[in-house]
Design a protein. Structure first.
Length: 283
């Protein structure tokens, strides 16, 4: 008798012992994960989490990032650190580990820790995408703030926050108190970068910009012009550091030359953008 076909979009458990990506919808600890083949790339896979596009992976090329905001973040990283430097990174929010895979490929001596709250998803992703193993890439299952608060001071060069519950980042990961914790964990001159999802009103982005600016000496924002002008919903990248960010012409040129050209706002523009906004706090 042939194998029974599972009705579309009904969550299932992957077959035991089967490695590599398999199209379908799978139950996770926090909902569902749907894996969809990329129709334009035989090595590409799109990961949907609870119905929302979360990650894209090219199995043949970890340096290929299909999501623009991820390319913007990696452009910022590569502007700060030369290829091959031995970075220690903390990636809050794992999903398919697209950016940590990039970091391993671009910085082969790097040590990357990914914090993912969904343990079942973390296991799936390891099997599906043949992720590099520890110490190159370690997945730690847990809540992002709780894990960050356990880390030693000055122990990371880079922290990337890319955590969403639905369309929003959990409030506890946006506050001044958490941002101060992230700064403690960073080495002097380390970089904290967040993916902020927002609507055209840009209320969240302004408050996040104000919060990061209140904690770090230097800030930067990366986004496409329609997003910055409040014409659509999307992603705004906000970064903070105690060393200048993108102060040369190189990063701005790279961002303008992308498939979706993006602008780089310097510290003065970021502070102006968030000037009237209220800093986010735990209360």
């Amino acid at each position: 008798m042939g194998r029974q076909r599972t009705p579309k979009n009904v969550p299932v458990e992957p077959e035991a012992g089967v490695l590599g990506p398999v199209a379908g919808t799978f139950a996770t600890d926090t909902g569902t994960a749907e894996l969809i083949p990329d129709g334009d790339n035989p090595n590409g896979w799109l990961l949907m989490l609870n119905g929302v596009q979360s990650s894209h992976v090219d199995l043949a090329d970890p340096l290929r990032l299909d999501f623009e905001y991820m390319r913007w973040i990696m452009a910022l990283v590569q502007d700060r650190w030369a290829a091959g430097e031995k970075l220690k990174t903390l990636n809050l929010g794992g999903a398919a580990c697209s950016m940590p895979r990039f970091l391993v490929a671009a910085y082969p001596q790097s040590r990357n820790v990914v914090v993912e709250i969904d343990g079942k998803l973390a296991n799936y992703v390891r099997d599906w995408f043949e992720l590099p193993r520890a110490p190159l890439l370690k997945i730690r299952v847990g809540e992002a703030r709780e894990v960050t608060e356990t880390l030693a001071e000055a122990s990371r060069d880079l922290i990337i926050r890319d955590v969403f519950s639905g369309a929003k980042t959990p409030h506890a990961l946006t506050t001044a108190e958490f941002t101060a914790t992230a700064r403690k964990v960073l080495i002097p001159g380390g970089v904290y970068v967040v993916n902020c999802g927002d609507s055209p009103a840009l209320v969240t982005a302004r408050r996040e910009a104000a919060t990061i600016a209140a904690t770090f000496t230097y800030t930067a924002i990366i986004a496409d012009p329609p997003m910055l002008k409040g014409r659509r919903s999307g992603n705004i990248i906000i970064a903070g550091s105690d060393a200048p960010l993108g102060d040369g012409a190189g990063l701005a040129r790279v961002l303008l030359g992308g498939a979706m050209p993006a602008q780089l706002w310097d510290d003065a523009k970021v502070r102006q953008f968030g000037r009237s906004a209220v800093v986010l706090t735990d209360e």
